[in-house]
Ligand binder design. Structure first.
Ligand code: URA
Length: 242
């Protein structure tokens, strides 16, 4: 399929679309050995060799999608200045350049998606699509009916009111307090802060559901690839047209 040269270069991960245009205009891009300096050129990347500064760009990376059960004690950024373990340490065998879809705190465990599909990632994280996430929280303190109602209706945090949420008090056999909170926002440490705002301290936090996916069959520290049906469903949720 023919595509604009700048699009092919940016998709190969070499530069943004705008920067790729700059590379072309600067005469740094060749097509089958010939310098191209016009922006309108369309080519089939499978049939021609495109090079930037003389280095051929590879074929676009295939898209990969993983559901990971993140343990506590690792960060979900690609790098950590404090040298702590990152979720990518669990994906050293994966050659594609994948990134986590959103974040879970260092001490939060549970469902995290990782992919190299930037379009899907942006859609899933965009507030407009209100993608639901469910967290199971073990907490200290008394979550009275009145406090439960405040969590459900929306509560004032220092960065504003939270959107309405679903809250379910869960039974436990060990005498602990446990609740499941479903939200569609993704503010920093939001669940912990919501509980703290009603005087409850979250002891353990686990994301058990994200965009309709669950951790079923995936042990802590393990992962599975998403099926094409699941990817298609995520595309639908994230407002991305295929
Ligand atoms: N809310 C939190 O408090 N922490 C997380 O990691 C995710 C949601």
């Amino acid at each position: 399929m023919e595509e604009r040269l700048q699009k092919i270069i940016s998709r190969a991960g070499i530069a943004s679309r705008r920067a790729a245009e700059g590379l072309i205009l600067a005469g740094r891009v060749t097509l089958d050995g010939q310098t191209v300096t016009e922006l309108g050129v369309k080519v089939d990347p499978a049939a021609h060799e495109i090079a930037v500064d003389g280095v051929p760009i590879g074929a676009p990376e295939r898209k990969v999608y993983f559901l990971f059960n993140k343990p506590r004690g690792c960060v979900s950024t690609a790098h950590d200045d404090r040298g702590r373990r990152t979720v990518l340490d669990y994906f050293r065998d994966v050659p594609e350049r994948i990134y986590p879809v959103g974040r879970l705190d260092f001490d939060t465990q549970g469902l995290l998606l990782l992919t190299n599909d930037g379009t899907l990632m942006n859609g899933l994280l965009h507030p407009r699509y209100e993608v639901e996430k469910t967290y199971e929280a073990d907490y200290d303190g008394d979550l009275t009916p009145e406090k439960q109602e405040r969590l459900r209706r929306g509560i004032r945090l220092d960065d504003g009111m939270t959107a309405p949420a679903q809250l379910e008090i869960l039974p436990t056999s060990n005498g602990r307090n446990r609740a499941a909170l479903t939200i569609h926002e993704g503010r920093n440490r939001q669940v912990r802060r919501m509980f703290a705002a009603v005087g409850c301290d979250v002891r353990r936090l686990k994301r058990v559901r994200f965009a309709g996916l669950t951790l079923a069959g995936v042990k802590e520290g393990a992962r599975r690839t998403l099926t094409s049906k699941e990817v298609a469903a995520l595309y639908g949720l994230a407002g991305v047209k295929v």
